[in-house]
Write a protein that binds this ligand. Structure first.
Ligand SMILES: NC(=O)c1ccc[n+]([C@@H]2O[C@H](COP(=O)([O-])OP(=O)(O)OC[C@H]3O[C@@H](n4cnc5c(N)ncnc54)[C@H](O)[C@@H]3O)[C@@H](O)[C@H]2O)c1
Ligand SMILES: [Zn+2]
Length: 684
């Protein structure tokens, strides 16, 4: 008996629609009960979403079992603040960094080896060279190393069985269903078995065979299931095999909890790790941190810093577990570079009572908004639309208030969610509206301009203009996620492409010489032939470079000032031309001016000016000031106070391509008005 004498340990789970999780949990529960009996811990199981904090007055801690985490996220925050109770999370998947809430410990399983076991298992049912159809993970889904798993399976199965068809669906039940339907409606070559990588899609396969009244006795398999599930399903000729052992997981969770709860046993966690890992359950792994599945690195839990993660995926029902996060600004904002068709499953994860598609009323966006509305509706979501007048001149407080009231009129609640579709203007106004409706409701970004994809959607800055300044009224508010579909660029006018590209070039100049060379040598493929792959690369790289800055320095101080490279003079030029030059064109000139300043001050080599000019020329951005504006106009817009006309201004300067100039740890460099003037003069 441990010295620790607990009150009640609560185990919370939500029996979801996901069949696999329910089976999984039954076994976890058994494990927890076994261990609770052994150690004398009093355990109570709770189901569902709606638990009151008061219920946990006598709580000793919580274990969140599969799916319980999302549902009860708010509780966790309450708990952490009030009582500092230990919280352990169990799941039948390994959390990616971006999905992990701040638990004290996390236990997950990894069913990597399932293919091999299942093959072994199949051998007892199937003759050599039997034909099998495989339902595997999506080829483009990096998240769980499905490709590795499939390769392993193919190798193993190939020794004995004949794979006649692979369907990539697995997590996307609808896709699996349609593809199977299509295949079985046509083919005469029926398999002897269907091997599915999880038992949910095995059940889909069963349904398809039934619907098409295919009478051949086809064995259907899946794994991830539990022993009880296997028993239940085998009646239907479905055999589930699995390599993970949820029961052990339940036992481990309880041991971890005891170790956490008993202060004297704090150290026990590492001990548990080393002893339990040696057990023969190869699929079971214990982590006191979160494992990043992609590079298999461990991060200790309880991080509270804002963090962005980029992931590419195309499968649906991606396990986004963020619907009730409270510490919005401090946690992850996932950025998906993916097809917009994946919006539906991501929105389903948000579990909102209503979605409002918001965009400005530009012709293109109005049409897109309608299309999106239709698609979402068809998918069973409760969705409405709201719009506001397009254009920078309408990015005003009045537009904001009108939009908010139009949204409120649609009876949104605190559980509703805005889908903000469009460019930076829609993004800024829609995001700002979301941030103040009922003091903040959830929203997602669906950017359609390059500017918004690579710049305004990340960073959480929301704003409208005031007559006293651009973006003068605003705040920081993060979306639930950003879904970037580069295909939107197909219809975007070249001028708008160049506008965003200027920001990409900014990152290249300040942070990454290779990226500079990439844009330079692919300029025409980007702007003329509009190569999708090249654009994908530019978008991904630009965001990565921006995030590298933001994650270090989210409020744009010191090094974060990279983000405003070229903007001091650029913004002044933009205003001086009364916005006949767009932002991208103006900051291109601003960056060139900054390069000239560096050279003039002896901080960089002459070559740097040439490099700036070369890339701007290549993509068709200006290198000469328009004749319509005077130097004095620009200088006026640099907002000098008359009294302090000679006060130097701060600039971010480069010392070389990809390297900013930092003096004694400080990035911004003071530049005299005289130097600024003479540089601007040289550009007209
Ligand atoms: N918050 C930030 O960090 C940040 C950063 C950069 C820019 N911004 C803001 O973003 C705004 C500019 O954003 P923008 O350049 O995206 O302008 P925008 O939102 O006005 O979009 C440009 C034009 O293209 C149309 N359009 C959008 N997507 C299209 C598509 N796929 N095909 C065809 N047409 C399409 C729009 O309706 C609009 O007419 C400015 O207000 C600026 O202040 C904010
Ligand atoms: Zn900018």
């Amino acid at each position: 008996m441990p010295a620790y004498n607990p009150k009640t340990l609560f185990v919370i789970t939500v029996h979801s629609q996901n069949y696999r999780n329910n089976l999984f949990f039954d076994e976890v529960r058994r494990g927890i009960n076994i261990e609770a009996n052994l150690s004398g811990v009093n355990v109570e199981f709770l189901f569902g979403f709606n638990h009151k904090l008061a219920t946990f007055e006598r709580a000793a801690g919580i274990i969140f079992a599969p799916d319980g985490s999302t549902a009860c996220y708010q509780l966790i925050s309450g708990f952490k603040k009030q009582k500092k109770l230990p919280i352990v999370q169990i799941d039948n998947q390994i959390y990616d960094k971006k999905l992990a809430p701040p638990f004290d410990a996390f236990l997950g399983t990894d069913n990597f080896h399932g293919g091999k076991t299942t093959c072994e298992y199949l051998k007892s049912y199937l003759q050599k060279n039997s034909k099998i159809l495989v339902i595997a993970g999506n080829r483009n889904l990096n998240f769980l190393s499905y490709n590795e798993r499939l390769e392993g399976f193919k190798k193993e199965a190939g020794k004995y069985l004949k794979i006649i068809k692979i369907i990539y669906g697995e997590f996307d039940h609808h896709k699996t269903y349609t593809e199977l339907h299509r295949y079985f409606s046509k083919t005469k070559d029926l398999p002897d078995a269907i091997f599915s990588f999880n038992d949910d899609s095995a059940i889909v396969a069963r349904k398809v065979l039934d619907e098409l009244t295919i009478n051949k006795n086809i064995i259907i398999t899946g794994f991830d299931g539990s022993a009880s599930g296997r028993a239940a399903l085998s009646k239907e000729q479905i055999i589930c095999s699995y390599d993970q052992d949820p029961e052990i997981l339940g036992r481990m969770a309880l041991q971890t909890f005891i170790a956490l709860a008993d202060k004297r046993k704090q150290k026990k966690i590492t001990l548990l790790k080393s002893t339990l890992l040696t057990k023969k359950n190869i699929g079971n792994t214990f982590y006191s941190g979160v494992i990043n599945f992609l590079d298999r690195t461990l991060t200790p839990l309880s991080f509270r810093k804002r963090r962005y993660v980029i992931s590419s995926f195309t499968s649906s029902s991606f396990p986004v577990q963020k619907s009730l996060f409270e510490y919005k600004n401090e946690l992850t904002c996932p950025i998906y570079l993916s097809n917009k068709n994946n919006l539906v499953p991501l929105l389903e994860q948000i579990a909102a009572d209503k979605f409002i598609v918001v965009s400005d009323n530009d012709r293109f966006l109005k049409t897109e908004r309608k299309k999106l509305h239709k698609i979402l509706k068809r998918n069973g979501l409760n969705v409405e639309v709201a719009g506001f007048p397009a254009g920078e001149k309408n990015k005003t407080p009045k537009t904001l208030v009108d939009l908010i009231e139009a949204i409120l009129k649609k009876k949104v609640t605190k559980k509703s969610c805005l889908i903000v579709l469009g460019g930076g203007i829609s993004g800024n106004v829609g995001g700002f509206a979301a941030s103040i409706i009922y003091r903040g409701i959830r929203f997602v970004h669906l950017p359609t301009t390059l500017m918004h994809m690579v710049d305004s959607s990340t960073g959480g800055k929301q704003a409208v203009d005031s007559k006293y300044g651009k973006n003068a009224i605003g705040n920081f508010f993060e979306p639930e996620f950003i879904l970037i579909d580069h295909k939107y660029l197909i219809s975007l006018p070249v001028k708008e492409l160049k506008n965003g590209l200027a920001e990409c070039i900014k990152h290249a100049l300040c942070q990454d010489k290779n990226f500079y060379n990439f844009i330079l040598s692919n300029a025409s493929q980007l702007l003329v032939s509009r190569s999708e792959n090249k654009w994908k690369k530019v978008i991904k790289k630009s965001i990565e470079l921006k995030l590298a800055v933001l994650n270090k320095d989210s409020y744009e101080l010191n090094e974060g000032m990279i983000l405003v490279y070229g903007h001091t003079i650029g913004n002044a030029i933009e205003s001086a031309t009364k916005f006949t030059l767009n932002h991208g064109e103006a900051i291109a000139l601003g960056m060139l001016a900054a390069a000239k300043i560096s050279v003039k001050m002896g901080l960089a080599d002459e070559l740097m000016i040439k490099q700036h000019e070369k890339i701007f020329r290549a993509v068709g951005l200006p290198i000469k000031l328009p004749k319509t504006i005077s130097i004095d106009q620009i200088v006026n817009y640099l907002k000098f106070d008359k009294k302090y006309v000679d006060k130097p201004l701060s600039f971010i300067l480069l010392r070389d391509l990809g390297k900013i100039y930092i003096n004694k740890g400080v990035a911004p460099t003071e530049v005299s008005v005289k130097t600024i003037k003479s540089v601007i003069e040289s550009m007209s």
